[in-house]
Design a protein around this ligand. Structure first.
Ligand SMILES: *[C@@H]1O[C@H](CO)[C@@H](O)[C@H](O)[C@H]1NC(C)=O
Ligand SMILES: *[C@@H]1O[C@H](CO)[C@@H](O)[C@H](O)[C@H]1NC(C)=O
Ligand SMILES: *[C@@H]1O[C@H](CO)[C@@H](O)[C@H](O)[C@H]1NC(C)=O
Ligand SMILES: *[C@@H]1O[C@H](CO)[C@@H](O)[C@H](O)[C@H]1NC(C)=O
Length: 190
């Protein structure tokens, strides 16, 4: 058995936490810098994308600290999109099933269309992630664009009739913005 001088334990109990803090801090700052630089580039090239939305949504994810590069950040944005579209699909399902709240027949029709669009969007974002992991960036672009189209087609349906308010405006916009981030990153890597 090798025995350490008592000073070793004293020193390591002091230094280990310090190294740990520095290491964690370094990781957090480097992913924050990566996110800000990437969001700046994305919002500069796509006027539809808000810089603040981009940084807020990526930084708020607990997975973001593990993002070391653009590829990781691309996956993170698609992960967030997948959660978003799944949640929206469930929300629409809930609206359509809710018997207590009588829906306007036109709104109901739009919601049914959106339900189908979002159901397909879940499959598309999964495809996009798989293609992205395989570095098949053209295919990833096509699949992610389908998700963007789902959000705009859904929202446009409500606009076709006057005095109809879409209950999905914020959700559609969130999905639109998230896929704009993904598409920008896909195009940077392609
Ligand atoms: C911005 O959004 C509008 C409306 O959805 C769309 O027509 C246009 O192509 C978008 N621009 C870019 C650069 O994506
Ligand atoms: C969708 O994503 C945005 C950005 O990350 C987030 O602010 C919003 O809460 C999400 N919406 C849902 C319904 O998950
Ligand atoms: C994507 O999400 C899953 C489950 O939420 C998580 O396990 C995985 O680490 C995430 N990947 C990235 C790149 O954020
Ligand atoms: C969509 O969201 C972005 C970012 O939050 C915001 O700047 C923009 O005004 C929203 N657009 C619509 C049509 O709500």
């Amino acid at each position: 058995m090798r025995s350490h001088h008592p000073l070793f334990f004293t020193l390591s109990s002091i230094f280990f936490p310090i190294f740990f803090v520095i290491f964690t801090f370094h990781h957090t700052t480097s992913s924050t810098t990566l996110i800000r630089d990437t969001c700046k580039r994305c919002s500069d090239t796509d006027p539809n994308l808000s810089y603040n939305f981009c940084t807020t949504s990526l930084e708020s994810s607990p997975d973001s600290r593990r993002c070391q590069d653009l590829h990781g950040l691309g996956l993170l944005s698609m992960n967030l999109t997948k959660q978003n579209v799944t949640s929206t699909r469930n929300f629409i399902k809930h609206l359509l099933k809710n018997k207590k709240k009588k829906l306007d027949p036109y709104v109901k029709e739009c919601l049914s269309d959106c339900m189908e669009l979002y159901r397909d969007a879940i499959l598309s974002i999964k495809d996009a992630m798989k293609d992205f992991k395989d570095q098949a960036y053209d295919d990833a672009n096509i699949a992610a664009s389908l998700v963007t189209d789902a959000s705009t087609t859904c929202e446009d349906g409500f606009k076709e009739k006057e005095n109809v308010v879409s209950p999905l405006t914020k959700r559609n916009n969130d999905t639109f913005q998230l896929t704009a981030i993904s598409l920008s990153i896909i195009n940077m890597l392609n």
